[in-house]
Design a protein around this ligand. Structure first.
Ligand code: UDP
Length: 477
């Protein structure tokens, strides 16, 4: 048999659906459209229920795509529950990839693709002479800021959030200090040190894959591709290859089917879908105001409720596992009073299926990057309710630059989270569901839906970008 072996690439995402989904979508494309073989490494330590369900959707997996579960690491020396998200992800990855040198040395790899929290893998790959590509699963604006962070760290004294002016990464749009991501809001905590550790290593990548397309963030992309400044460090080539999002939902369970059946009975574009990411939570007081606001707006809605918490990413490490009755957390009689107009469900909804449904008219979202892309890909305008990580930056960008969202004022002047009252919630919901502003952002979302499709189709900008990477991988010796 003279058939040459298929080029083999491995993927290593950190735990969490937001990281796994885009890397897995790329893996699927390589196997089904480009004749690659892929080993997809799965970190099982700290895996969420949502993560398990996600992989269940792909049974049987295509030939040549091999899921390889890394054995659970012993984390008994760490107090995971007391750690912030990035610190926790980083130590889980570091401990889980201890078997990586053995695993990778046994396969003849063209490249390893990692996300931003897996940069520990650079050391193993350097030793084994395997090129590592970073797949950045957030915006280009965050990528640019991240590449610039080591410079800021050297040149700026004090806290970035106390700077008198917005932060301007050369060539990019300014970022208000209130919108800076959580990880860099306090330079003394572990979270900052871990983030700096990872972004410092980004230049070690052979290339950076971005889950955007040319029309979404043109200014930043131009800077990343052309600005020489960047950043007195050798910046790897960037490849915009998006929007890569979940194409199919895991098999719908009875609870999911109930949502879809309910949507079938609603008029076109009439329903507001409310879910704040895979792990987002709001405080008890805020949940009460949100629920009242929805009720007062008199608009149709699907509301996904989680146990309230003062920590905005409280459900991130147990996403989709909250079995409680949502009524416990909601105003008395809310579910009954809104019955027929709204549907309240617990913990998790099949987001892509809901966004794809013709009754869905808008999406109230925490503006995580995958949710953002999924919304735009289905031409659904957004109400931005940022909670954690870089979501404030995303919400501002989506409302002020991209023009597909209206932002809820959850951030105070000093950068603190404020409780948004019911009247304000009702006003924003009506504005988007019924008002002129809603029409404007829906039109823009539909334009971008088309441009995203074009970018991915044969000859489109993202298609061509990925083709360049594929050529490189095929030619690696
Ligand atoms: N998701 C879902 N159902 C839910 C909540 C989230 O299917 O009820 C999925 C959503 O479709 C998206 C991912 O979880 O693919 C969330 O990723 P994102 O980057 O938006 O936010 P993160 O959860 O990482 O903060």
């Amino acid at each position: 048999n003279n058939t040459p072996p298929k080029p083999h690439v491995a993927f290593l995402p950190s735990p969490g659906n937001g990281h796994i989904t885009p890397l897995f979508e790329l893996a699927l494309r390589l196997v089904t459209q480009h004749n690659f073989q892929v080993t997809f490494l799965v970190i099982t330590t700290g895996a969420t229920l949502a993560q398990h369900n996600y992989f269940n959707a792909f049974k049987p997996l295509p030939d040549n795509l091999h899921l390889l579960n890394l054995p659970p690491a012993d984390m008994s020396a760490f107090h995971l529950d007391h750690m912030t998200a990035v610190a926790r992800l980083s130590v889980v990855v570091r401990e889980s990839i201890r078997p990586l040198p053995t695993i990778l040395s046994e396969i003849n790899l063209k490249a390893l693709v990692v996300d931003i929290f897996c940069t520990d893998a650079f050391d193993t790959c350097k030793h084994l002479n395997i090129p590592v590509y970073s797949f950045f699963t957030a915006s280009a604006a965050l990528m640019a800021l991240s590449l610039y962070l080591p410079t800021m760290d050297n040149e700026i004294e004090g806290e970035f959030v106390d700077l008198p002016e917005p932060v301007t990464v050369p060539g990019c749009n300014p970022i208000r200090t209130q919108d800076l991501l959580d990880q860099i809001r306090n330079r003394n905590i572990d979270e900052y040190k871990w983030y700096l550790f990872h972004v410092n290593r980004l230049p070690m990548s052979a290339g950076i894959l971005l889950n955007i397309w040319d029309d979404l963030e043109p200014v930043t992309l131009k800077a990343l591709k052309h600005e020489k400044f960047f950043l007195n460090i050798p910046t790897p080539p960037v490849y915009p290859i998006g929007p890569l999002t979940k194409e199919i939902e895991p098999v719908l369970d009875d609870h999911d089917k109930e949502i879809m059946t309910w949507l079938d009975d609603q008029p076109k574009d009439s329903v507001l879908f409310v879910v704040l990411g895979s792990g987002g939570t709001v405080s008890s007081e805020q949940l009460t105001e949100l629920a009242w606001g929805l009720e007062l707006s008199q608009q149709r809605f699907v509301l996904v409720v989680r146990k309230p918490s003062d920590s905005p990413d409280a459900s991130f490490f147990n996403a989709g596992s909250d079995p409680d009755d949502p009524r416990v957390y909601l105003p008395d009689g809310f579910v009954e009073r809104t019955n027929g107009v709204g549907l309240t469900v617990c913990s998790w909804a099949p987001q892509v299926a809901v966004l794809n449904h013709q009754s869905t008219g808008a999406f109230m979202s925490h503006c995580g990057w995958n949710s953002t892309l999924e919304s735009i890909k289905h031409g659904v305008p957004m109400i931005g309710w940022p909670l954690y990580a870089e979501q404030r930056m995303n919400a501002s960008m989506l409302s002020e630059e991209v023009g597909v969202a209206v932002k809820v004022a959850v951030v105070g002047d000093g950068g603190e989270t404020v409780v948004v009252g019911r009247d304000e919630v009702a006003k924003v919901v009506r504005m988007v569901m019924e008002g002129e502003e809603g029409k404007r952002i829906r039109k823009r979302a539909r334009e971008l839906e088309v441009s995203g499709k074009e970018a991915l189709s044969c000859g489109g900008s993202s298609y061509e970008s990925l083709a360049r990477v594929i050529e490189l991988w095929k030619s690696e010796s």
